[in-house]
Design a protein around this ligand. Structure first.
Ligand SMILES: *Cc1c(COP(=O)(O)O)cnc(C)c1O
Length: 366
């Protein structure tokens, strides 16, 4: 008797999430230093000075349990967005909240709809509960909302939409999203994942839709523009009764005390967000120009990353860049075998990546 035989089939068949390669691991493997990581859409500016200062105070209280209701952070978020505290669910990263939604609303054999090339966590949380992933073909690498609504059946319980999407960077305009929300029946939960919201200009405030659509759950994170990926804080905004359900099934202390303090401070740190955006806009322009110079086609992105067609095997390209000390992402696992995804870095990092990419392309075009 193998212990694994006791596990649920939906669990034994699960393909684990592939995180970006850590710098330390690559240093060990290749014995090189001066490695740059542009693989996980982290903020290249590093943590904000205000957050670091607050952390030294917060660290003096780590012998205490955190506030399990995250009262101070929820109050700050509610004030910032003009919502009620009762509409907020905090998570250990927004991935935590994505999983809570699936667990609260989807049973095994129910159906969950998301797009081809959508964020890898959607199939993961779907499969982990034994539900069925229903994948809508993408249009121009982005979500095709008509294709998604045509796949709705009476087994559909949940629809995931990433706007902008990772790894393609594509975004949807608010009119098409509103039309979609109007069409979808109230008894299907729609998650609008806005992890990269801060990088683009929003033409509407999507939070206003929460009053219109009781089945809408908007997720956001402190991992990207706010620069707190390592601390793990994200949240959802929804109707209060949906938030109440999500809060019942989360772990009582799912967000730690240091993370709660850091998120509070980060939320007020407008200057850091402005600097982050500026750095991202400049870096995006730098990479786009670099790709054009190399004759490569890229998918225009609204995030802090860009996915480019390297006109060669993407996995081979990824490996070749690794050997030059530049960590990016292969997106072959997303069904994009000739693309790589690169996070926008500091100017010097972007430059090094482009130079390494030129070397890689030169070697493979000989
Ligand atoms: C990075 C990312 C998240 C956020 O993950 P956290 O768990 O909050 O770190 C959520 N959705 C998408 C599409 C992402 O790319």
């Amino acid at each position: 008797m193998n212990a694994c035989d006791l596990a649920l089939p939906c669990i034994t068949q699960l393909q684990p999430y592939q995180p970006g390669k850590p710098i330390e691991e690559l240093e060990r493997e290749l014995g090189i230093s001066n490695i740059i990581k542009l693989a996980s859409n982290e903020n290249p500016l590093g943590p904000s000075a205000n957050v670091l200062a607050a952390l030294s105070t917060a660290s003096k209280e780590i012998h205490l349990y955190p506030d399990g209701n995250g009262f101070a952070l929820k109050t700050a978020l509610a004030e910032k967005y003009g919502l009620l505290r009762e509409q907020i669910t905090l998570g250990n990263g927004s991935n935590d909240v994505l999983e809570l939604v699936a667990r609260a609303f989807v049973a095994s054999n129910d159906e969950v709809i998301f797009s081809q090339y959508a964020f890898a966590v959607y199939p993961l949380v779907t499969q982990a509960i034994g539900a069925k992933s229903v994948i809508a073909a993408a249009k121009d690498y982005g979500h095709d909302l008509d294709a998604m609504s045509s796949l709705i059946t009476d087994k559909t319980k949940l629809i995931f939409i990433a706007n902008p999407n990772n790894p393609t960077g594509t975004s949807l305009n608010s009119d098409s999203l509103l039309t979609f929300l109007e069409q979808v029946s109230n008894n299907i939960i729609v998650v609008l994942d806005e992890a990269y919201l801060e990088y683009g200009e929003q033409d509407v405030n999507t939070l206003e839709w929460l009053d219109l659509y009781p089945n809408l759950v908007i997720t956001r994170t402190f991992s990207k523009a706010y620069g707190l990926a390592g601390l793990r804080v994200g949240y959802s905004l929804s109707a209060p009764d949906v938030a109440d359900l999500l809060n019942r099934i989360r772990q009582p202390f799912n967000v730690n005390s240091v993370a709660l303090t850091a998120a509070m401070v980060a939320l007020q740190d407008e200057a850091y967000i402005q600097e982050t955006k500026l750095c991202n806009d400049k870096g995006m322009a730098q990479l786009e120009a670099g790709f054009k110079a190399l004759g490569l086609e890229y998918i225009p992105s609204r995030g802090n990353f860009i996915t480019v067609d390297v006109a060669m095997n993407g996995e081979v390209c990824f490996q070749s860049l690794l050997k030059q000390g530049v960590i990016v992402r292969s997106v072959a696992n997303y069904g994009l075998p000739h693309h790589i995804r690169v996070s926008i870095g500091l100017e010097t990092e972007n430059k090094r990546f482009l130079e390494a990419l030129a070397v890689t392309l030169g070697q493979h075009n000989d």
